[in-house]
Ligand binder design. Structure first.
Ligand SMILES: [Zn+2]
Length: 196
């Protein structure tokens, strides 16, 4: 398997970039996806945008395995983490190149976290149902309709392609609380001795 790519973390300014469309559907794109998949598996994520590994391309991957929104997967929650770890492998990788939302409807609330903003979570309001157009690794165009957790993850990752992180989706007071907790966690981490 490909080596994992290095995650970048908030407030890295690259997370604010608007990613550029993918124009080359070549072996290097497939290699990038393999590296991203590795990174996502190691970090126990369910979605990853290319910019989170410092590649400003409109590319994202999703793998919710057999989880559905009904199971209320919560990042950081012990029960959810246990369910996730019980899946031996993340087995349902989906790759979205140059994704765009054609239609969005309904509302859903979900406790989100982010591999680029580790350690904090908050309930974010999203659209429940989406119609999405995207290209696959060969450049072929597809359209899908989706809802629930898969729809949430696609919206979260698509935000990354536009320089948006989930705290931006919160009220200003909630955002302030989440980011101040995050800064505190980061400061504590900096004080810890290196593992070598
Ligand atoms: Zn994220």
């Amino acid at each position: 398997m490909a080596a994992a790519l290095k995650l970048i973390y908030y407030p890295d300014p690259r997370l604010r970039l608007k990613s550029e469309p993918v124009t080359l559907f070549d072996a290097s794109l497939r290699e990038t996806v393999k590296g991203m998949q590795r990174t996502m598996i190691e970090a126990k994520g369910i979605g990853l945008a290319a910019i989170q590994v410092a590649i400003p391309k409109r590319l994202l991957i999703v793998d919710i395995g057999d989880l559905s929104a009904d199971e209320e997967y919560i990042e950081g929650d012990k029960e959810s983490e246990k369910r996730l770890s019980e899946r031996k492998t993340i087995s349902n990788l989906e790759v979205f190149v140059n994704p765009e939302i054609l239609e969005a409807s309904g509302q859903i609330e979900y406790e989100e976290g982010c591999l680029s903003v580790p350690g904090v979570h908050a309930v974010v309001k999203r659209n429940e149902s989406l119609k999405v157009r995207y290209q696959d690794l060969e450049g072929k165009t597809h359209e899908i309709e989706t809802h629930g957790l898969r729809s949430i993850v696609i919206q979260h990752e698509l935000d990354h392609l536009n320089g948006i992180v989930f705290p931006d989706r919160l009220s200003s007071i909630q955002k302030m609380m989440v980011l101040s907790k995050y800064k505190k966690l980061q400061a504590e981490k900096d004080l810890e001795p290196e593992d070598g």
